[in-house]
Design a binder for this molecule. Structure first.
Ligand code: ADP
Ligand code: MG
Length: 653
């Protein structure tokens, strides 16, 4: 007797649904993606009971004819690809032709659609229950498509049991919608939960140039997640021979070549978007939004690259905040490795990771070193420029006029105070920031993107000293409000950069011989670990040498390190370096990590500093490449502008 038979269409669909439709949020994702693929300019999403009782997605996209509406419920029916070759260059969000039949097979489903092009006011409505078509009829409707999914999994009790609470399911839906709304600021989104409106996001139109899209993204981000200090990112590179790049000005080419469109060779990679300013971080990865060709994705490599890029401007255990878009030749990325396309695989994973880390790092560096672009004097003509203008005006504060080069040498910290060098033990002269680091192998987005006024680098505006509290926090005043400086963190940053600069320019960090060298014995494992770091430690001014199998001789220290208990110091160093090593996953720790650790032992907190010394501290900080955080990522400066003060004092809403 034959035992093998073909499954019915309905069972096959339910099996496919098992993969595609994991939970209500998957339904919302598939439906919204279809609306976006259909060119919708407005999408409304309504849910009831966390999506269990109702999901309705309505769009004003191209709609479907009656025939198409019937066909779209068949498995493997899609308008998005035709041939297998198309799989290697997918530019739509969907392509499998599986979503609608799968969803329809596990719910009570009503599709109402009318073609955008059609002259007739009549559309089509199809009612499907658990995969079988119950009714097909003509129905009056607006152009576009509306999909109603009720009683999800009503015919799959096992699946239904796995659903979490309504709140959890609703949170998943809201998370997906956040991603979609960030990827498509030009589309208006509304979201209703159990009859209550949650969002009303107006469309934020933008031009194709990256600068304009960043302005739109910032606007959308603010509408969704509130105010956050974010820096623009915009880099492109030619993928291929390592990270070699050609000189192109993306702002020049942006109008003729829209950013989503890649060059003929298809080997260009662009990353653009917004990342948190130094000091902005979160306890989880939840605020990292990453998109590849506008598709929200998870990619571990990119997550690591972000942390790598922030390097010493991120606190331990904290995560960067970002909204980053990768535009890459669809052929260079495989989106067909995950049933709901959440994960992607890059063909050149390593290059992309390296490029991302560098782009993040350079954007952070540019924040401090690039002069601010003043908004154009002439009234902006384009919509995007208007957006930029209103975004700038949204900050009610009277803003200082930023000069082209904004380092206020003409605006001393304390007028009239004589410049007395701050004792950093490196002498008074602090070389200019290490610009001699090898030129980045990637193309910076030619001109820096305009930063909104609130993100204007703090150290680029004149600061006046007000006083010091708690022997640690320096109070400063700017035209924008109050600035607090952590004296110790600032000093650590300065020492750290000075140290690295010395090493990068071929020298060794300063070191002072100890009057009484000390021998110390370490446990065998620590001794072995320390032995591997000796060379770098010595270059950084910590004179340690082997003095027996487990015994070391400490005979020199950087002048700014004052050690009461040498053994303690070395053991602390070993512990800290080991912990750091686990994190960065390096066999041999880099100079940066070691310098960072050594600087932690700088004594500076609680040292009373005079006015002139404080002036120098701020000046030295201004000369740092990454002045806004200490080497461990803690902020050196905190700003509370007048707007925030007014809010706190209840003067404004
Ligand atoms: P896929 O998106 O992978 O093509 P789906 O099952 O999600 O597969 O959709 C099947 C087809 O139905 C799509 O290719 C598209 O042509 C059509 N379709 C689905 N949703 C819409 C919509 N909201 N507006 C217009 N057409 C749609
Ligand atoms: Mg689809």
């Amino acid at each position: 007797m034959n035992r093998i038979r073909l499954l019915s269409e309905q069972v096959a669909n339910q099996i496919a649904a098992g993969e595609v439709v994991e939970r209500p949020a998957s339904v919302v994702k598939e439906l919204v993606e279809n609306s976006l693929d259909a060119g919708a300019r407005k999408i409304s999403v309504e849910i009831g009971a966390g999506g269990r009782s109702l999901i309705r997605v309505t769009d004003d996209g191209i709609g479907m004819s009656r025939d198409d509406a019937l066909l779209c419920l068949e498995r493997h029916a899609t308008s998005k690809i035709q041939r297998a070759e198309d799989l290697s260059s997918i530019s739509t969000l969907g392509f499998r032709g599986e979503a609608l039949p799968s969803i329809a097979s596990v719910s009570r489903f009503i599709l109402t659609t009318r073609e955008r092009e059609s002259a007739s006011p009549e559309g089509t409505q199809i009612i499907v229950n658990g995969g079988s078509i119950a009714e097909v009829k003509a129905a009056g409707s607006a152009t576009g498509t509306s999909l109603e999914v009720r009683q999800l999994f009503y015919n799959l009790p096992a699946r239904r049991k796995f659903l979490r609470t309504e709140e959890t399911e609703a949170a998943h839906i809201q998370h997906y919608l956040t991603l979609a709304a960030l990827a498509f600021p030009e589309v208006a989104f509304t979201f209703q939960k159990d009859g209550r409106p949650i969002w009303q996001l107006p469309a934020v139109p933008s031009e194709r140039a990256v600068s304009s899209r960043v302005v739109a993204l910032r606007e959308r981000l603010r509408a969704l997640l509130g105010e956050e200090k974010m820096l623009p990112v915009n880099f492109c590179t030619a993928l291929g021979d390592g990270l070699k790049t050609e000189e192109t000005d993306i702002f020049e080419t942006a109008s003729s070549e829209p950013p989503e469109v890649l060059d003929a060779a298809g080997s260009q990679l662009r990353v653009w978007g917004l990342i948190g300013s130094p000091g902005v971080s979160r306890a989880t990865r939840e605020s990292q939004f990453v998109f590849v060709n506008r598709r929200p994705v998870e990619n571990r490599g990119i997550h690591y690259a972000l942390i790598e890029g922030y390097h010493n401007s991120l606190m331990k255990g904290r995560y960067p905040v970002c909204c980053l878009f990768f535009e890459i030749d669809p052929a260079a990325v495989d989106v067909n490795i995950h049933p709901s396309k959440r994960e992607v695989k890059f063909h050149r994973e390593f290059e992309i990771r390296k490029f991302t880390a560098q782009a993040v790092r350079d954007s952070l560096l540019a924040f401090h070193s690039e002069p601010l672009r003043t908004p154009p004097a002439a009234p902006p003509a384009t919509q995007a420029a208007n957006d930029l203008k209103s975004a700038t005006e949204a900050f009610a504060l009277p803003l200082p006029n930023f000069p082209e080069r904004a380092i206020p040498s003409s605006a001393p910290l304390i007028p009239g105070a004589a410049a007395v060098p701050l004792k950093t033990d490196f002498g008074a002269s602090f070389p200019p920031p290490p610009k001699s680091v090898p030129p980045p192998p990637i193309l910076p987005g030619a001109a820096p993107l305009p930063a909104p006024a609130s993100a204007a680098p703090l150290l680029n505006v004149p600061l006046r000293l007000v006083g010091v509290i708690g022997k640690l926090y320096v109070l400063l005043e700017s035209d924008r409000g109050l600035v607090l400086l952590d004296q110790h963190a600032a000093h650590e940053r300065i020492l750290f950069e000075q140290m690295l600069h010395r090493i990068e320019s071929g020298g060794a960090a300063p070191s002072q011989k100890l009057l009484l060298p000390e021998t110390l014995e370490l446990p065998p494992r620590d001794a072995q670990f320390l032995r591997e770091q000796l060379l770098v430690l010595t270059r950084l001014g910590v004179g340690l040498s082997e003095f027996g199998e487990r015994t070391f001789l400490l005979d020199a220290l950087p002048p700014f390190v004052k050690v009461g208990d040498a053994r303690r110091f070395v053991l602390d160093l070993v512990d800290e370096l080991k912990a750091a090593g686990r994190e960065v996953n390096l066999a041999r720790l880099g100079e940066h990590t070691i310098a960072k650790t050594v600087c932690r032992h700088a004594v500076k907190a609680n040292d009373p500093l005079g006015g002139a010394e404080l002036e120098n501290l701020v000046e030295d900080l201004r000369r740092c490449a990454m002045p806004y955080t200490c080497p461990h990522g803690r902020p050196t400066l905190i700003e509370m502008n007048y707007r925030e003060l007014e809010k706190k004092f209840g003067r404004t809403q």
